[in-house]
Structures are given as structure tokens and as C-alpha cells.
Design a protein around this ligand. Sequence first.
Ligand code: SF4
Ligand code: SF4
Length: 53
Amino acid sequence: MAHTINSSCTSCGQCVDACYVNAIVAGNPYKITDDCVDCGVCADVCPAGAIEG
Ligand code: SF4
Ligand code: SF4
């Protein structure tokens, strides 16, 4: 089960830079694709606490 981004996302883009498999796409909110390997790095960098999983 991939990580997910909830409505608290402020579209800051920091998670995209953190994801080494390029599994996050820009939007409002941003979205995580099936390429996610559940490493958890994006959740650690998200200043809004918007990433779950
Ligand atoms: S780091 Fe958090 S707030 Fe910023 S774009 Fe990613 S999910 Fe949204
Ligand atoms: S959990 Fe890891 S692989 Fe999945 S979107 Fe976040 S940084 Fe990318």
C-alpha cells in the first residue's frame, strides 16, 4: 500500500525533491503514484504533516 497525501498538503513541493523513485506528482494536493516503495522519507520532510502511510 503506497503512502498517500491528504488535504493538508500546501503544494510546497518538498516531497517531490525527497522522493528518489520519483513517485510524487505535482497538484493540489500533490499525489503519490504506484511507483512508491513506502520508504517514508517524504512523510519525514513534509512540513504540513500531510503524508500518511
Ligand atoms: S511536502 Fe507535504 S505539503 Fe509539501 S507538497 Fe509534499 S505533501 Fe504537500
Ligand atoms: S514513501 Fe518514499 S517512495 Fe513513497 S512517495 Fe514517499 S519518498 Fe517516495
